[in-house]
Design a protein around this ligand. Sequence first.
Ligand SMILES: [Zn+2]
Length: 116
Amino acid sequence: MKQKEVYIGPSLNLETQKMVDMYFAIKTVSTIEGFIYSEEEFLNRYKNTYSFNEFRNAKFYAVYEINDCKTCQNSFHIIVRNREELYKFLQSGDLLCNCCEIYQSNIANNFGINFS
Ligand SMILES: [Zn+2]
């Protein structure tokens, strides 16, 4: 899983944009990608600032590339709005691209099979 880009709503003020940058800032250590700042470091730095409120309601997300769909092995992109969502994706293991996911849920609906 690799971060491709971070989208930040253009109407956010500069300070909030910087916060989003910091929140999703990553570094790669021996091929493992991780966040530079821990959630705690981030909160300690910003929780009492005026921009923190805007940050919490702000429109932003990161796009991640998944190398291979479990079914068709194609790479695909997912969107995460925060670290919790990212960790959920990381833990779920069986990641399917949109096409395969729709296909599987159709089969599941038709035959009453639950794949998950
Ligand atoms: Zn697929």
